[in-house]
Design a protein around this ligand. Structure first.
Ligand code: PHE
Ligand code: NA
Length: 452
C-alpha cells in the first residue's frame, strides 16, 4: 500500500511523535472532568467495570481499525473512507462515516471549550487563595455562583476557544505535543499527590476504592452500559475520524496494536487516578457523587485549600489540566478546518477562524444552559446534556460501529493480517474481536439501553 503514500503528505518523524499526538488527543477533560462525574452519576463500580470492559473489547479494536483505515487512506477521514472503500470495491456511501465524524467533533468542541474555560478560570481562582480553609459546602457554593454567571463563563469559554484557534491556525501543535511529553507525566504525578492526600488525610479512601472497584453487578443496567460505552469512545477520541486522520500520518513500520495498547493504558490510568483522587473527598465531605459536571471543581479545591502547598499544587494542576484539554481541543477543531480547507476556497487560517467562530457560537448556547437557558429543553435535556448525549451516546458509537464493521467485514482481510503483523492465534483473536465481539458488543449496548 505504500504506493498510496502521497509525497506531499508528511509522515511523523518518529513513533514517539505519533504516540504523543494520539495521547494528547485522548488524555483530556474526558479523563479528569468527565470520567469521575459519569462514575458518580452511574453508580460507581457498575460504571467503572463496564467502562473497562468497553475499553478493552470495543475501544481498543476500534482504535486499531481507525488507524488502519487512516494509514491506508492517506487523506482526511471522509475521503479516506471513500477511497479505502473503493480500493476494496465497496460503496462510496462509506464516506458517511467520515461525515458523521466531522459533525461529531464540531458538536463536542462546543461544550468541551466551555469546560476548558472553567479549567483556565480555576487557575486564577486557585492562585488568589480563594480556597484556603474551605470545606465542601464552601467550594460547592463558590462553584454554583460561578456557574450562575454567564458573562464569566463566556469570558473563559472565549479565551479557551481563542487559544485553540490560534494553536491550530499557527500550526504549532507539534510544539504543544512535545511539551505534553513533560506535561502528561506531571499531570499524573499531581494526581498521585491528590490520591495520597485522599489516602492519608481523609478517612474515606477505603470507601472510595470500594465504591469504584468492588463489583456491584446489580447496579448494571442498560443506561449504565450505554454511558460506559459512550465514554469509552469519548475518552479515546473515537468515532470522529480523528484517530483516522492521525493514522494517515503514520508510517508502515509502526506496530498499530502495540501503539494502541500504550495509548489506551495511559488514558485509562489517568482516569482511574482522577477517580481515586476525587471520591475520597466526595465521601469525606458528604458531597453528592452524582452532582454532575461540577464534581472536580467542587472536590479538588477542598484538598488544595487544606493542604500545605495546596495553592501552588492547585495552580499547577489546573495549568496541566488546561494543557491536556488544549491538546484534545486542537484535535477536535482539525476535522472541521480540514473539511473547510478542502471544500471551500478559504485559506487554512481563514478556515480555522470560521470553524472556530461557529463552534464558539454554539458553545455560548451551551454555557447559557447552565444558567439563563437552563429551562430550554431538547427532548428533556438542557442544551449541554443534549449535545453531550447526542454525541457520546449516539454518534460516536454508531460511527465506531460502522468503522469496525467496515474493517472486519469489508476490507481485504489478508492485507489487514499483514498490516497488523499478526499470525496464528493472535490473528484469530483479532478476527473474532473485530468481526464479532466489538460490533456485537456495540449492538447489545444499544438494545440493552432501549430496554432500559
Ligand atoms: N478524548 C478527549 C478527552 O478525553 C476528548 C476528545 C473527544 C478529543 C473526541 C478528541 C475527540 O478529553
Ligand atoms: Na481521554
Amino acid at each position: 500500500m505504500s504506493s498510496n503514500h502521497k509525497s506531499s503528505h508528511a509522515q511523523w518523524g518518529s513513533r514517539v511523535g505519533f504516540i504523543l499526538a494520539a495521547t494528547g488527543s485522548a488524555v483530556g477533560l474526558g479523563n479528569i472532568w468527565k470520567f469521575p462525574y459519569m462514575t458518580g452519576q452511574s453508580g460507581g463500580s457498575a460504571f467503572v467495570l463496564t467502562y473497562l470492559l468497553c475499553i478493552a473489547f470495543i475501544g481498543l479494536p476500534i482504535l486499531v481499525a481507525e488507524w488502519l483505515i487512516g494509514r491506508r487512506g492517506q487523506k482526511n477521514p471522509i475521503h479516506a473512507m471513500e477511497d479505502v472503500a473503493q480500493q476494496n470495491r465497496r460503496s462510496k456511501a462509506w464516506k458517511l462515516v467520515g461525515v458523521s465524524g466531522v459533525l461529531g467533533s464540531f458538536l463536542i468542541l462546543s461544550f468541551y471549550s466551555v469546560i476548558g474555560g472553567w479549567a483556565v478560570d480555576y487557575i486564577f481562582i486557585t492562585a488568589s487563595g480563594a480556597f484556603n480553609g474551605m470545606d465542601g459546602q464552601a467550594t460547592e457554593s463558590l462553584f454554583t455562583g460561578f456557574l450562575g454567571n454567564p458573562s464569566q463563563l463566556l469570558t473563559w469559554h472565549s479565551i479557551f476557544m481563542l487559544l485553540t484557534v490560534v494553536i491550530v491556525a499557527m500550526g504549532v501543535s507539534g510544539g504543544l505535543e512535545r511539551a505534553s511529553k513533560l506535561m502528561m507525566p506531571a499531570l499524573a504525578l499531581v494526581l498521585l499527590v491528590l490520591v495520597a492526600y485522599g489516602a492519608f488525610f481523609t478517612n474515606s479512601f477505603g470507601a472510595a476504592a470500594a465504591y469504584l472497584f468492588s463489583p456491584n453487578w446489580s447496579a448494571i443496567n442498560g443506561t449504565v452500559i450505554l454511558a460506559a460505552l459512550g465514554h469509552a469512545f469519548f475518552t479515546l477520541s473515537l468515532g470522529m475520524g480523528i484517530m483516522m486522520a492521525y493514522g494517515s500520518y503514520l508510517g508502515q513500520e509502526v506496530n498499530l496494536i502495540k501503539t494502541a495498547r500504550t495509548v489506551v493504558i495511559l488514558d485509562t490510568v489517568i482516569a482511574l487516578f482522577a477517580g481515586l483522587a476525587i471520591f475520597p473527598l466526595v465521601f469525606a465531605h458528604h458531597l453528592e457523587p452524582s452532582s454532575g459536571p461540577g464534581l472536580i471543581f467542587i472536590t479538588l479545591p477542598i484538598a488544595f485549600g487544606n493542604m500545605t502547598g495546596g495553592t501552588l499544587l492547585g495552580v499547577l494542576f489546573f495549568i496541566l489540566l488546561t494543557f491536556a484539554a488544549l491538546t484534545s481541543s486542537i484535535s477536535l477543531l482539525e476535522p472541521t478546518v480540514e473539511l473547510l480547507e478542502e471544500k471551500t476556497p478559504l485559506s487554512r487560517k481563514a478556515a480555522t477562524a470560521v470553524a472556530g467562530g461557529a463552534i464558539w457560537l454554539l458553545g455560548i448556547a451551551c454555557l447559557l444552559s447552565f444558567n439563563s437557558w437552563s429551562d430550554v429543553m431538547i427532548f428533556g435535556n438542557n442544551i449541554f446534556d443534549a449535545l453531550d448525549k447526542l454525541t457520546s451516546k449516539l454518534m460516536l458509537p454508531l460511527t465506531g460501529l460502522a468503522t469496525i464493521i467496515f474493517a472486519g467485514w469489508f476490507m481485504n482481510q489478508e492485507s489487514i493480517r499483514q498490516e497488523l503483523g499478526l499470525s496464528g492465534a493472535a490473528y484469530t483473536v483479532w478476527k473474532i474481536v473485530s468481526r464479532f465481539i466489538a460490533p456485537i458488543g456495540v449492538i447489545i449496548v444499544f438494545v440493552a439501553s432501549l430496554l432500559g
